[in-house]
Design a protein around this ligand. Structure first.
Ligand code: 5GP
Ligand code: MG
Length: 177
């Protein structure tokens, strides 16, 4: 299999530093801004963004968790659907600017499911999306507000995101599985 390194540890850290600054700039500070990490790797990425934003703004920023995974009913020929497994959002989303954080944006179906879950909890002032990698192939009218790197992929390629908190290393690779 052909593999290509998309981001090393330094590039990943620089992208997160830029996104942290962009979140502050776009929202004219961090008043009412909260972060929500999506399931496995979006969560440590959200925590890293929160840490950087706290350093720059001198103020804590809440981080919640949405657990959404792709699920395929073995008995059906339907493609995988994102399903909500659980949420841990220990703050009020009403009137908040909720920045969803995920590792990879692909069809947009996970982001859509995440928005549904957030809207069930209240009425955010705005919902924004931050992703480390946008690999294209959207199937819904969804775009990210903050992108670490746009990586054109074929549908059969896969982006492998490794984050130290989960995988013991920081890098992004693209490969044909
Ligand atoms: P979507 O719902 O936009 O089709 O896919 C996004 C979700 O699936 C994200 O939560 C992401 O973690 C996962 N995903 C989709 N494609 C890839 C990929 O190529 N690599 C990785 N690491 N995750 C992916
Ligand atoms: Mg995911």
């Amino acid at each position: 299999i052909q593999k290509a390194l998309i981001m090393d540890e330094v590039a990943m850290n620089r992208a997160l530093t830029r996104i942290a600054h962009e979140i502050i700039e776009r929202n004219k500070g961090i008043k009412d801004v909260v972060l929500v990490g999506i399931q496995t790797r979006g969560v440590p990425l959200a925590q890293r963004l929160a840490k950087k934003i706290q350093q720059y703004e001198g103020q804590e920023i809440p981080v919640g968790v949405l657990d959404i995974t792709l699920y395929r009913d073995d008995l059906s020929s339907q493609p995988e659907q994102p399903v909500i497994n659980g949420t841990n959002i220990p703050f009020d989303v009403n009137g908040k600017i909720v920045v969803m954080v995920d590792d990879v944006l692909f069809t947009g179906r996970t982001a859509r499911a995440a928005m549904d879950a957030l809207i069930d909890l209240g009425r955010p002032k705005a919902i924004q999306l931050a992703v480390l990698i946008d690999r294209g192939h959207r199937e819904l009218p969804i775009r990210a507000d903050y992108v670490g790197k746009n990586v054109p992929t074929s549908k059969s390629e896969k982006v492998y995101v490794y984050v130290a908190e989960v995988d013991g290393m920081n890098k992004v690779i693209i490969a044909e599985p």
